[in-house]
Design a protein around this ligand. Sequence first.
Ligand code: B3K
Ligand code: ZN
Length: 894
Amino acid sequence: PPVIRREDYRPAEFLIDQADLRFELDAGQTLVEAELSLRRNPAAPRGDGDLHLDGEQLELLDLTLDGRRLPPAEYRVDEHALVVRRVPDRFRLRTRVQIHPSANTALEGLYVSGDMLCTQCEAEGFRRITYFLDRPDVMSRYRVTLVADPARYPVLLSNGNPAGTEELADGRRLARWDDPFPKPSYLFAVVAGDLALVEDRFVTASGREIPLRIFVEPGNRDKCDHAMRSLKAAMRWDETRYGREYDLDLFMIVAVSHFNMGAMENKGLNVFNDKFVLARPDTATDADFAHIEGVVAHEYFHNWTGNRITCRDWFQLSLKEGFTVYRDQEFSADQGSRGVKRIEDVRLLRSRQFPEDAGPMAHPVRPDSYIEINNFYTATVYEKGAELVRMQAGLLGPERFRKGTDLYFERFDGQAVTTDDFVACMEQAGGLDLTQFRRWYAQAGTPVLECADHYDADAGTYTLEIRQHTPATPGQADKQPLHIPFAVGLLDAQGRDLPLRLAGESAASEPTAAGVCTRMLELRAPVERFTFVGLAARPVPSLLRGFSAPVRLRYPYSDADLTFLMAHDSDGFNRWDAAQTLAQRLLLRMVEEEALSVPDSFVEAFRQALKEAPVDASADTQADPALLAEVLTLPSEGYLADQMDCVDVDGIHRARETLAATLGALLREDLLAVYERHWQPGAEAGDYDLSPAAAGRRALRNCVLGYLGQAPDAGIVALAQRQFDTANNMTDVIAALRVLLEMPVDVAGDAGERALAAFYRRWSQEQLVLDKWFALQAQSSRPDTLARVKGLMKHPQFSLANPNRVRALIGAFASGNPLRFHAEDGAGYGFLADRILELDPLNPQIAARLLHPMTRWRRYDPGRQALMQRQLERILEVDGLSSDVYEVVSRSLG
Ligand code: B3K
Ligand code: ZN
């Protein structure tokens, strides 16, 4: 398959000003008639005079140009295109094609989900609907007519504003939609079905009343409250924080059960994986609620960052995704606990993006080439892209950053632009030079910062020396130094932030009323030195506060320093990070020395943290139960694996279990005290509270239960059982079930299995809850998990055609269960390769995503390397692989 390169970008030779589409919708076959107003693009050099339209899996029935039916000599059709020879400078082209939604298993273009019809066009799905210039820099006005049988498809939706309905003489119904905002084809959407509606309204800052409609499958109307609340909050937030008001007369969300990704920001008609819409306290966890809030906001925010201003080409994907992720992160931070949100985001970055940046799939935030663009919707483009925006916001400060975004919206509204255009706005509004900063977009790999320091007691000076280097990545051997914002604080012996004064400065910056004194240093050269003056004693440095840049930080902290920072740092993020580093160090030592016992100091640090466990969330973030739960959570197996040159799968699992069991046993009374203090009688109370404070208490209690479950006895079994039986919410139910399932049979008997069966009986008709039932079993550390997963593949409720189910079973096993997936005999690898080969012909995007855990094969011991390599080679040998799977496998082996 051909490689697409950024440097080959050329403006489109033709533009499509207007697209009038008429659909005669039916699951088996749908007719699409398109009337396009085309003209030569004045900004593009003249080509061969032919018009090349993208089109795949289309059956062309009719073709006319300016009303004249074209004879076969004047056009040509192949697998990917319709080429019309010698077209005029301005003309109308009419095509009629037939497509087959029910045969569409790739879920790209127009497809069937349950009883409804829906579309997914990003990135290149529109070409499976009609012949078009299917590229983001061609922005057109769409008028859409939908015709269907009202008995099957009473609801007919498309982008924009409704423009009337009609009953046709043959009994069918017709609905018209008109979208006044020019948009690229990837934002096009159609939905048809017998859908239930939840409606609310939003009054914009300028006083326009916007109906908000959420469409779901019948039976799900009672699970839309949270999505609706989140949507309204997001709309308000975008007005106050960015001055962005909604533009159409109507905003719609549709939840579908078969969806390749999370959701899609189609103009005025967001289509969602129902997992990110539907929630009731008894069916969804606190984490689910938080994801819904974040994704609803993310898609809504795209209306300005993505839709009104879109990407010039797909290499610029992070223009919309990085910025929009940054916006949704900030929105969520404002809705709940800012500190906890930052921890969650950094945890995701470190566990997904850092490994990607260190492996064969490493690519810049603005990639240089791809085979299949769908493989580049990555943690690098999304999460690292968001960090790049965050750094710019940090460098500019809130006021200038807002000026920068205002300028961006004003300058580029209605256009398709580049990440460079974005940076230029920040540069201009901020009055600073971001030339060096731009390298962040071009250079792959995670920079490493090596810090050293020196305290001169006589002079009262403290010098920090910071060296940066970025390891080589595939295709990029030499790296340039980056412009890195590096936030620093210095703590005195009591743990208070010191005033900061750099050599040469006339005055020190003083701590704020809250006692915070942070300095944003800027690193540019490979080695930078900063000398702070006026220090009577050696300070303890708090480095990279708030994770001010996406880098790996190395500084030789002593365990005592880390314990000190964990207790005192005024930066909540760094308190957490100190605890993580402490735990990570201990765990990695335990991996190396199997017999190593847990030092008392570590147990005492935990005991201290538990003793301070608050009764309730208060203004003091140190006493926030949610933050404490984060502090008490050990680094994941995947994160620890990323810290090792050669991953010791079993050693990591054993070390984590040993540490958790030790803490569970030695701190039993303290843990029980915290658990009981936060135990709210379950179902009978009925007063389930969704607030961040209440969710934080649940997080802390379930974290504590997890430790107790690692050192179980009959009392703990009873505790978990009580929680499982009486909890009135899915967060507590699933946490208890997990603990029951992981406890050894000689202590818990068949309590785990019985709970699992009860859970199935209760929820067998709720698909999203059932996904949890599948995932829980796939993630079990029990030795027979693979056999169990294979058995579940034959379960009547399992289906390869539903991406959520595939992710819940196969994805959870391969990506969420390193211990069993990486079993020494390679059985996990063989299983995954079989599934990928089975899925690839059906749904290449899902197949390529599932591959990821195997792409890091070089990080394992020679035995496992060989086993993974063999499976990758086996996949590569198969004829007719999709470009999606081909690209991931060939890059991994390359
Ligand atoms: N823009 C979509 C992702 C499309 C993925 C195409 N394979 C969702 C989002 O990022 O908001
Ligand atoms: Zn997005």
